[in-house]
Design a protein. Structure first.
Length: 142
């Protein structure tokens, strides 16, 4: 298995709360940023998905907060797809401090691809990714 895709983010001051740590909602933004960055990097960008008549949907997101993040902290946000068959897939993500590798959060998301005409989940989303992706390895579809 290859290393998960990763994108680097620096925590900005305006993203922190009154306690001085990263606001809990921003973790979701970081995870979403990493997912879209990965999709774009491997040819599955928004315009290609829409051109194929589908769009990604989030069905569930779970976040386990492990350590606080402060303004100025630099983090790597990983992204790894897991396939079990059927209409949905999982994306496992970690937010790690680059300074020492500390895991600040673990995120698990369940998603699918929505058929934009029928407004129903695509029966086999793997097939769409296989058609669109420039490299299947990062998606665990080799």
């Amino acid at each position: 298995m290859s290393e998960p895709y990763s994108v680097r983010v620096t925590v900005r001051g305006y993203e922190t709360d009154v306690q001085g740590h990263l606001n809990q909602a921003v973790y979701v933004n970081y995870a979403e940023h990493a997912r879209w960055s990965m999709l774009q990097a491997y040819g599955v960008g928004q315009s290609r998905l829409i051109g194929h008549g589908v769009g990604p949907v989030a069905l569930e997101t779970t976040i386990r907060y492990r350590r606080e993040l402060l303004a100025g902290d630099e983090v790597d946000v990983t992204c790894a797809f897991e396939w079990s068959g059927g209409k949905t897939f999982r994306i496992r993500q970690e937010i790690r401090k680059t300074s020492d590798g500390t895991v600040a959060a673990e995120i698990t998301a369940t998603g699918g691809l929505l058929d934009l005409k029928s407004r129903k989940l695509v029966t086999e989303p793997r097939d769409i990714f296989k058609q669109l992706a420039s490299d299947l390895t990062p998606f665990g579809l080799q």
